[in-house]
Ligand binder design. Structure first.
Ligand code: HSE
Length: 455
């Protein structure tokens, strides 16, 4: 049994309080949530973590619109210099968003000697390497748990929780808007535009939802998570991105008939040669796998480590309080000194060393779902069989119902065994050019998430 005096000493260490003053830039939705947590939960946080959080300054151009939080007197200002020049403020939180002014603010805060906490995924995805470099130069840390998957502590899991592992693969549902749309289309047979309007009404979608829908937001998050998982400086250009544009109710229904559920996945996979495939695209996954059960605006990331096997992280990926939860967790970690240690060891292999380790999409091997609108006449089955066979693509399933669509055409759905993307692209061109089929074929990747049954 442990002697009681030792426990008392340990407890003594833990109750020694650290006091930190925080400067917040951006008093919008997430900024308001962070201010609420700091102002309203300070005592509980002190009791649990031994840090006293004080809001020294909140900077926003709009100092008049009422927010649902009461700030201490004199804290709200429109002058960033008030934060930069206040030496008692050691942590600066950037919640402005975007990649221009926000970058400038982060650089100014780092150069003024503040540690920086941010939720800014676009900025880190585009300029992360430069910002990490400036932080290191100034002996400060940059913490960004809130940049990916809102309240889910996935960055911490990758940085420390899975530190003993080589990450071999990760599969993430990291955009709540897209997941909400696909869930509504799957379970309520909503049309795409109706489901998107609902996501906007509920506040998951960005003000301009283009980046949600076109996969750009998921790619930003994959660039950050992939860097943490694989230890590379990943650039957005390394990531193949296909969004939800063109996803049709029919394909969701045919996929369901064949045992699949459609999700927009952000994928990082290390192949046998050690190359990493990084991609965001609509993905048919087995309807009975864990990620298929992640519905609505929820996010989830499945990460495979060579020691641990599969781990799954689930929660709210957006919104005021979930994102604020991650920001405040970072603030506490910086205050405790943990972030300084982990950030000091964040050494990503630079671009020039890793460019050849990123697998080009043409080489990426996958199974595929294809839908063609076939003319209902002799030779159609032989026609697609011949085109796929010629391109060395093996069919694993096919589906055609009786009855006609418009112009005497009938939808034919084909699933394939694994094939390189370049072969599939060649076959799709031939299918599109063939007189046996009308319009362009629809093509969606089938992703077989590995099963971890053996541990
Ligand atoms: N628009 C994003 C989403 C918010 O839908 O997930 C969080 O980044």
């Amino acid at each position: 049994m442990q002697p009681t005096w030792a426990l008392a000493e340990i407890a003594g260490d833990l109750v020694e309080e650290k006091r930190v003053r925080i400067g917040l830039v951006g008093f919008g939705t997430v900024g308001t949530g962070v201010a609420k947590l700091i102002c309203e939960k300070a005592n509980a946080i002190t009791a649990k973590m031994g840090v006293v959080l004080e809001l020294g300054c909140v900077v926003d151009l709009d100092t008049t619109t009422p927010r649902p939080v009461t700030l201490p007197d004199g804290v709200l200002t429109s002058d960033l210099n008030q934060l930069l020049n206040d030496e008692s403020i050691t942590i600066g939180v950037e919640l402005v968003g975007g990649t221009t002014i926000a970058k400038d603010i982060q650089l100014q805060m780092l150069r003024a000697g503040k540690h920086v906490v941010t939720a800014n995924k676009a900025l880190l995805a585009e300029h992360g390497a430069e910002l990490y470099h400036v932080a290191h130069e100034n002996g400060r840390c940059l913490a960004f748990e809130a940049s990916c998957a809102g309240g889910i502590p996935i960055v911490t899991a990758l940085r420390t929780g899975l530190a003993a592992n080589e990450v071999t693969a990760m599969y993430g549902i990291v955009n709540g808007t897209c997941n909400y749309i696909l869930s509504s289309m799957s379970s309520k047979q909503e049309e795409f535009a109706v489901a998107l309007a609902q996501a906007q009404e509920r506040g998951f979608a960005e003000a301009d939802p283009t980046l949600d829908i076109n996969g750009g937001d998921s790619a930003h998050k994959l660039a950050i998570l992939g860097s943490m998982a694989f230890g590379y400086e990943i650039e957005l250009d390394d990531i193949f991105v296909q969004g939800l544009e063109g996803v049709a109710q029919d394909d969701i229904r045919y996929g369901q008939e064949m045992g699949y559920c459609l999700k927009l996945l952000a994928i990082g996979e290390k192949n046998a040669e050690g190359r990493v495939s990084l991609r965001v695209h609509p993905s048919f996954i087995a309807a009975d796998c864990s990620l298929a059960r992640v519905d609505g605006s929820f996010n989830a990331i499945s990460v495979f480590g060579d020691a641990v096997g599969e781990t799954l992280y689930y929660g709210r990926g957006a919104g005021m309080m979930p994102t604020a939860s991650a920001v405040v967790a970072d603030i506490i970690d910086v205050a405790l000194g943990n972030s300084a240690t982990t950030f000091q060891h964040l050494q990503l292999k630079p671009r020039d060393e890793v460019a050849s380790l990123v697998e080009p999409i043409d080489d990426c091997v996958s199974r595929f779902y294809i839908r063609v609108m076939a003319k209902d006449e002799p030779g159609v089955v032989a026609g697609y069989g011949q085109i796929l066979g010629k391109n060395e693509i093996s069919i694993s399933g096919a589906l055609q119902h009786e009855g006609h669509g418009p112009d005497n055409t009938v939808p034919v759905v084909i699933t394939t065994h694994e094939t390189p993307t370049r072969s599939m692209m060649a076959a799709l061109k031939e299918l599109g050019d063939s007189e046996l089929f009308s319009g362009e074929p629809v093509c969606i990747r089938i992703v077989d998430i590995p099963e971890d049954k053996d541990l």
